[in-house]
Design a binder for this molecule. Structure first.
Ligand code: ADP
Ligand code: ASP
Ligand code: MG
Length: 814
């Protein structure tokens, strides 16, 4: 004989119930017990309705009507008209009873656990009855049997304890006598010795099926639900979760105990001793093999089999100097909780015996705290023990696997994964069976913790990076193109799954939690909401994704002020915006420090030389123990263009104008021509070399006359260039006569930095620098005479975007 259980979603509507019928029909002549849940959502509805009645809210009537309609509709759609009458009148009469019960509750304004169980049992009683009638009308050899006549419990309403002796005998007797192929039974419901309706706890229909399977020693227990088996983590929260094909009873029990709702925790117990296998199958994909649960499986060589979590947990801690060495404190503590019928989900005790800490359901914690404080009233009054400390809104997250005990380093890996992702661990526990390592964390961190642990233990090195991109102009849009083009390569070759979750320009911003389709980012952004820097940050923070990266492609000082907030929340920052690194030294230092403290890189390779690997090289030189003695560089693409184009047959004015028109300078050309941009760049290199420098410490031997620098409009600026043309020609001639070229050079030596125009003689590394190229010479202890040279295009959207891209990959490898 087989026992099949169909959950709420599997019987949520006539369409699904037809799927159930097909599955049962396929069993041919084999004897089968079919245990069903209430129609999807009905248990919640019944509980809400009774809560309304108990609050003396007449809305309960409306709610009851919804319940009635749901069942009437099912009958009308499933059963042919000529056979409907008995089912319809059964529903009507049950509804009358329900109405009377609710009315009673409404009148006295109270709902006892006993009455609640009586009311809620109608969900399963009705669904099973209707399904049995439907089966019959389809020509199946089916009957209905009320589980309350078989499963006998104590009076612990809401979560009754089964009397197995009586129950097993009842089941054996009934199924021995039964001549029908299919018996349809309500899950969840049972009755006490005195004949009152009881229930087995939320999700308890699984248990009903297991109790019957155990009693009649069924060949198999099949749990039919809405997922294809037991997964490595809850598939609703972890997209990459995979079905575990074969798992042991103990592993399944741990996973369900720690929140894998797909199986009600006590379900394993009745079948375990008899070795009856459990299959978890999907009603909506019946061919999928799902999960098989049996005795020891050897874990197929794997250590961690699943990650589960249980929410709404509070920690209750008792501590104090008076606890050390005094026997019996734990006993009194646990006894107190047990007398209040409070179940403990997790226990930790420090080896110093200085404290005991337990995890219990949020809903129990107030009662528990009061009771424990009462028990230890004397010790608290004499200050030997402190009043209990309560922390609410926590979640337990657990790694489970039979083979974990024989492997070192798993807990280290677990905690470092959580630590790297800035998930704070409040308590830890490892079961003596070593089949489970649990950590208590904040509720808000659950999704991030589950996904990062899943990545570490199940995803063979695929790391997900979640990008939030601000600024989608020239550089930003090129960057998004590059990400799109390289997505496949990144995944296959570098094991990086890069997703862009949010984008913003100065007008609008848009988010997609599954990743913005990069082919259509422009449309997505155009249809986005109004842009706001603070909201952008708040959203990223509340999404709380692991490996989040904020990418700043703007040149905005305001945006650069937000970096600290990001780093503070373990969100890495990648920026081509120079302002943060070249403004106040203390801010630069703070950002670097935050990056270290929160394990989130702050990278800005493109601040100097666009895509050229200048800063990264400098970091490697220093990390390997080298010392920077001197840096000499041409770092301005704009000035390079100007001086490469300027000669005695053109005017300086015309060349600068051309540079401006062709986009080689900032819209305000004085920013480039004054050397400020170059000052910022050499300042960043000096700081990265380990020197504490500010922009005012840099000498700027300006080549422009003071008057030009102080103009207050572009027009006035260009006018002044005309006025000083002779001086510019003189500069050019002096250089040409000395067989030299003019280059705007930045230099850092002996802790001092300067920028200015220099005559570069033929043969010098700078002499042949073309167009807008940059060049940097690093003179170090290891490169004292022949410097290390980095040279190439130092401006342009494409190369800058590729520099940002390189920073993203660095974070991926972090
Ligand atoms: P039913 O109504 O069929 O009893 P449940 O809702 O009780 O179904 O259980 C199935 C649900 O359990 C899934 O939809 C999924 O959201 C949740 N779940 C949690 N953890 C896991 C897991 N590790 N594997 C599969 N499902 C899980
Ligand atoms: N209907 C009950 C509940 O929703 C029992 C079950 O479906 O397993 O909790
Ligand atoms: Mg369930």
């Amino acid at each position: 004989m087989k026992v099949l259980k169909f959950g709420g979603t599997s019987v949520a509507n006539p369409e699904n119930i037809n799927k159930v019928k097909s599955i049962v029909q396929k069993l041919d002549k084999e004897k089968v017990a079919v245990v069903v849940s209430a129609f999807g959502g009905v248990t919640d509805l019944l509980l809400n309705t009774s809560a309304l009645a108990a609050r003396q809210d007449t809305a309960y009537k409306e709610s009851l009507k919804t319940i009635e309609d749901k069942h009437i509709t099912a009958i009308r759609e499933l059963i042919p008209v000529q056979n409907q009458s008995s089912a319809l009148s059964k529903v009507k009469s049950d509804m009358n009873v329900l109405e009377t019960l609710l009315e009673g509750s409404f009148l006295i304004g109270e709902l006892t656990p006993k009455l609640s169980d009586k009311i809620v049992s109608y969900g399963e009683l009705l669904s099973s009855y209707i399904i049995s009638e439907f089966f019959k009308s389809e020509g199946l050899d089916a009957i209905f049997k009320d589980s309350r006549e078989l499963i006998i419990t104590d009076n612990n309403f809401g979560k009754a304890n089964v009397n197995f002796e009586k129950t097993n005998q009842n089941c054996i007797d009934f199924f021995k006598e039964n001549k029908h192929q299919i018996v349809v039974l309500p899950g969840f419901v049972s009755s006490s010795k005195s004949g009152d309706s009881t229930t087995l706890g939320r999700g308890g229909s699984d248990y009903t099926a297991a109790i019957i399977a155990g009693a009649v020693e069924a060949d198999i227990l099949e749990i039919w639900t809405d997922v294809s088996g037991m997964y490595t983590a809850n598939p609703r929260l972890v997209k990459q979760a995979k079905c575990v094909a074969h798992i042991s009873y103990e592993e399944a029990m741990e996973l369900s105990h720690f929140g894998a709702k797909v199986l009600f925790p006590p379900t394993i117990q009745p079948v375990l001793g008899k070795g009856i296998p459990i299959a978890i199958k999907n009603t909506f994909d019946p061919e999928n093999p799902g999960t098989l649960i049996t005795k020891n499986t050897n874990g197929n060589g794997k250590t961690v089999r699943g990650i589960s979590h249980v929410g709404n947990i509070s920690l209750l801690s008792l501590e104090g100097p008076g606890m050390i060495g005094i026997p019996g404190i734990s006993k009194r503590f646990f006894e107190t909780l047990s007398l209040k019928n409070i179940s403990i989900v997790l226990i930790t005790q420090a080896s110093s015996e200085h404290s005991i800490c337990v995890g219990i359901a949020d809903e129990d914690v107030d009662v528990a705290a009061e009771a424990v404080n009462e028990t230890f009233e004397y010790e608290i009054s004499t200050k030997k023990i402190k009043p209990v400390i309560v922390e609410k809104d926590l979640t337990i997250i657990a790694l489970v696997g039979d083979n974990m005990k024989s492997h070192q380093g798993l807990s280290g890996k677990m905690f470092s994964t959580l630590g790297k992702n800035n998930v704070n661990i409040r308590a830890i526990a490892q079961g003596a069976s070593e089949r489970n390592i649990s950590a208590v964390i904040k509720k808000d961190d659950v999704k991030k913790a589950l996904n990062s642990l899943h990545e570490t233990f199940f995803e063979e090195n695929i790391k997900q990076l979640n990008l939030f991109v601000m600024g989608v102009g020239n550089v930003g849009s090129k960057f998004l193109d590059q990400i799109r083009q390289q997505k496949k390569y990144l995944k296959e070759e570098l094991k990086l799954n890069v997703r862009v979750i949010g984008i913003s320009n100065s007008r609008t911003m848009a988010f997609d939690e599954n990743g913005i389709p990069l082919k259509e980012w422009e449309t997505v952004l155009a249809n986005g909401e109004k842009a706001d820097k603070q909201t952008f940050f708040d959203r990223i923070k509340s999404l709380n994704y692991r490996n989040s990266v904020f990418v700043d492609n703007t040149a905005s000082a305001e945006v650069s002020k937000t970096y600290a907030d990001y780093l503070h929340n373990s969100i890495s920052v990648v920026t081509c915006n120079k302002i943060a690194c070249s403004s106040d030294y203390t801010y630069y230092k703070e950002l670097k420090q935050l990056a270290k403290q929160y394990n989130s890189p702050f990278l800005f390779e493109t601040n100097v030389g666009a895509g050229l690997p200048i800063i990264d090289t400098l970091k490697h030189l220093i990390a390997s123990g080298d010392k920077i003695k001197k840096i000499q560089a041409v770092l301005s693409g704009s000035l390079n263009f100007v001086f490469n184009t300027f000669n005695d047959s053109v005017t300086f004015h015309d060349v600068v104008k051309q540079a401006q028109e062709q986009g080689y300078t900032e819209p305000d050309p004085t920013i480039d021509l004054s050397g400020v941009d170059v000052m910022r760049k050499i300042l960043i290199l000096a700081r990265e070399s380990g020197y504490e420098l500010d922009i005012d410490d840099i000498a700027n031997e300006a080549f422009l006359p003071k008057e030009s620098l102080e103009t207050d409009s572009n027009e006035a600026f260009f006018e002044s260039l005309k006025k000083y043309e002779n001086d510019f020609q003189k500069m050019y001639k002096e250089a040409a006569n000395a067989d030299s070229k003019l280059k705007y050079v930045a230099q850092f030596e002996d802790g001092k930095a300067k920028v200015g125009l220099q005559k570069i003689p033929k043969g010098h590394d700078f002499y042949n620098l073309e167009g807008s190229d940059n060049i940097v010479l690093f003179y170090t202890e290891r490169y004292p005479n022949q410097p290390m040279i980095i040279k190439g295009a130092g401006a342009g959207a494409d190369v800058t975007a590729s520099g940002i891209f390189a920073d993203i990959i660095r974070i991926g490898n972090f």
